[in-house]
Write a protein that binds this ligand. Structure first.
Ligand SMILES: [Zn+2]
Length: 192
């Protein structure tokens, strides 16, 4: 249905030193997390000495606390390495990070994990199971119309077929669906 196009298949975080920040110095660097990133690598990325090394700033602030000064996926400021590694776990359920961005576009932050079991949440699993991806609005609309025909057992040979108000059909079909647009693609999945 969809053509595979090149996508930015990583998320980025910007680990920074809080002590430096409070002293008016920006000590940070950008770190990429992809599907091969290990928990150990993320732990190292969030190490305060590593941050100064990568930011090429002498470690004279005596800082201990790390905060994530920026990120490109709507993450939080004080995420732990385990939480960040959770994104790598989510990727096992979907083809790329854009799916996670689409999910986060609709749900609140942290809905994607079950923090007790450290596993993707049921909500995310259901999303991963049912999400459909379209390259454009025409593709999406065609899909909605076919789905309607299937549900109500309508065929093009039915006498009343040409009297169906398709724009109302599409509108109604979307009512209990979630929809997000990320990087030019449309993500559509059933609401929970
Ligand atoms: Zn510092």
């Amino acid at each position: 249905m969809t053509q595979q196009t090149e996508t930015k298949n990583f998320i980025e975080i910007c680990p920074g030193c809080l002590a430096c920040y409070n002293q008016g110095r920006l000590t940070f660097y950008w770190f990429q997390i992809n599907k091969d990133t290990t928990l150990e690598q993320i732990e190292r990325a969030l190490d305060v000495e590593e941050i100064h090394r990568r930011a090429k700033t002498p470690f004279v602030c005596g800082g201990e606390e790390v905060h994530i000064q920026d990120n490109d996926f709507g993450g939080g400021e004080y995420m732990l390495a385990e939480e960040l590694f959770g994104y790598v776990e989510l990727l096992k359920l979907v083809p790329n990070f854009d799916y996670i961005r689409a999910f986060k576009d609709v749900y609140l932050m942290e809905d994607e994990f079950d923090y007790k079991t450290k596993e993707p949440s049921n909500q995310f699993k259901e999303f991963a199971d049912s999400v459909q991806v379209f390259d454009n609005i025409d593709e999406q609309n065609t899909h909605l119309e076919y789905e309607f025909m299937e549900i109500y057992d309508v065929s093009e040979t039915d006498r009343l077929y040409h009297y169906i108000d398709w724009s109302t059909v599409r509108h109604d079909m979307l009512i209990d669906m979630n929809r997000a647009e990320v990087n030019g693609k449309i993500y559509l999945w059933r609401g929970i």
